[in-house]
Write a protein that binds this ligand. Structure first.
Ligand code: FAD
Length: 490
């Protein structure tokens, strides 16, 4: 069969290109993908507990590019998630990128305050300074901070991630590590951030669900290339592979993910409990106020009110007696909440003729149910980095992405181990290794690529370059503009 366009790779790049070119309805498009699914490394799926898992590592969409955000928003609604990362340093969990909160967590109070003031004075509040720059500082205190961040946060992680020391890699790698003069714990500060509500795979599927796009999964381009006829090829696979490794192989780093389903205690920790008890008390006062007229005349209402106050203070006591999750705490809370909901149900009958009271007591009942089933988490944020301990670099806990919709007693985590990439059949080339000689080798292949008139090379593998998703979308949209110009299409 003859196609106008054959696209190799059904990752984000290939699918954006397909979507754009499919607007010309008379054009026939074929996407060839060697994996058994679309979406490339952005692929996600629901596990047995209905939790969306990112199979090839956590993907958080973030951009300042309004056009890209609008483009993707045609295919998905967003979960307005803001990513937070903590690093396991000296037995503590510390926010990264390193910021003023991290400084106060890692240093004694007076030293932390001095560093904070020195940073604000020199760079202004809100600045991001690379640790390369900080390490060249005249100020001894700031140099000490830079060395600390370099040694504790950056060095071990880099060696695990790349199997090279930082000085063996491009300077750009070190230059990217900032200290953030702020209390803002978010990993990204971009204007638009989120996770597709139903996942990346669903979003990407909607892009290519067009009558003139055909998809061929489980097929390596190399095995069918001689049987295909096309006007143009858009290649998003490995640049060196296309040229049969003529100049040698471009190095990549790979990853191994260890997925685990973990049990969660059925109740939130004591801090959450304390908050819930405070809220309960607030609601009780509210009821008291709204019902003040009937209150004095009704003995049972007064009794209910007093019992609820009692329960709220017992919840507070229970929360301060225990730290973390304890079985005893769960039992006590369960017992108390049972009494509270019984009472409120009774009270609802009394409130029957007051809409407002009924509304408040309904809300209270819902909150009470919420306290019981409020989920705990395996870790406090979606991503915890381990720069120094263990062989993995990070643990991702996926339910954070869709919080607060998942109330369940099991969670799903992935430990991420960097491993070598040896071009084996089932190995995945995840990251181009950021070294000068590798980029020079890629440039040689790019010269060969320029000579091919009917082939376009686009994407992280074809460009031998790490791109975030927003960057790759911009790159793919740009490539389509060129292809359309070449074809006389606008
Ligand atoms: C661990 C990890 C975490 C990331 N996290 C984020 C994040 O949080 N935020 C963000 O913005 N970006 C993130 N990214 C980057 C994001 O994954 C990329 O921007 C995006 O996947 C690039 O899409 P692509 O189509 O170019 O490449 P890919 O997703 O790799 O797709 C290429 C596709 O081509 C197929 N293919 C290759 N060769 C052939 C062949 N010969 N025949 C047939 N098919 C072939 C592959 O199987 C693959 O499906 C992350 C990347 C990684 C590795």
């Amino acid at each position: 069969m003859k196609f106008d366009y054959v696209i190799v790779g059904a990752g984000l790049t290939g699918c954006v290109v397909a979507e754009q070119l499919s607007k010309f309805e008379n054009k026939k498009i074929l996407i060839i993908e060697k994996r058994n699914h679309i979406a490339g490394n952005c692929y996600d799926f629901r596990n047995e507990n209905n939790i969306i898992i990112h199979k090839y590592g956590p993907h958080i969409f973030h951009t300042n590019n309004k056009k890209v955000w609008k483009y993707l928003s045609q295919f998905t609604e967003w979960e307005k998630y803001q990513h937070r990362v903590q690093a396991h340093i000296d037995g503590m969990l510390v926010p990264v990128p390193f910021n003023i909160n991290s400084i106060h967590k890692c240093f004694p109070m007076t030293v932390a305050r001095e560093i904070e003031l020195a940073l604000i004075k020199k760079y202004r509040y809100g600045a991001k300074i690379s640790i390369l720059e900080l390490r060249k500082e005249d100020d001894e205190l700031l140099r000490m901070l830079a060395d600390y961040v370099y040694d504790k946060v950056f060095l071990g992680y880099t060696v695990k991630q790349w199997d090279f020391r930082p000085e063996e890699l491009d300077e750009s790698v070190t230059a990217r590590i900032p200290v953030f003069v702020s209390r803002d714990d978010r990993y990204f500060q971009d204007k638009y951030q989120g996770i597709p509500k139903l996942g990346y795979t669903k979003m990407i599927k909607r892009m290519i669900n067009k009558p003139n796009i055909q998809l061929l999964l489980n097929t390596d381009f190399g095995t069918v290339k001689n049987d295909l006829q096309y006007e143009k090829l858009i290649f998003t696979g490995m640049l060196d592979e296309y040229f049969n490794f003529e100049y040698g192989k471009l190095p990549y780093r790979s990853l191994r993910f260890e997925f685990e389903t973990v049990d969660l205690p059925p109740i939130a920790n004591s801090k959450d409990l304390r908050k819930a008890a405070d809220e309960l008390l607030n609601d009780i006062y509210n009821i008291r106020q709204v019902s003040s007229e009937v209150f004095n005349d009704s003995k049972s209402l007064r009794e209910i009110y007093n019992t609820l106050i009692n329960i709220s203070s017992k919840l507070t006591d229970a929360s301060s007696e225990s730290s973390g999750y304890t079985k005893v705490l769960i039992e006590r809370v369960d017992e108390l909440l049972k009494i509270a909901s019984g009472l409120l149900n009774e009270a609802k009958m009394l409130f029957d003729d007051s809409d407002e009271l009924l509304k408040i007591s309904n809300e209270m009942l819902m909150k009470i149910t919420d306290i019981r089933i409020k989920p705990s988490r395996y870790q406090p944020v979606a991503q915890v980095n381990y720069p120094n301990e263990y062989d993995y670099t990070r643990i991702t806990e996926f339910i954070h992405f869709y919080f607060p919709y998942y109330y369940q007693n099991q969670s799903a985590i992935a430990r991420e181990y960097p491993i070598p990439f040896n071009h084996g059949a089932n190995e995945i080339p995840y990251y181009p290794i950021p070294k000068k000689e590798n980029n020079e080798l890629a440039d040689k292949y790019k010269e060969l690529a320029k000579e091919l008139e009917n082939v376009h090379f686009v994407g992280r593998l074809a460009d031998y370059k790490y791109y975030n998703m927003d960057q790759i979308i911009e790159r793919a949209l740009g490539a389509c503009r060129i292809i359309n110009r070449e074809q006389g299409q606008t």
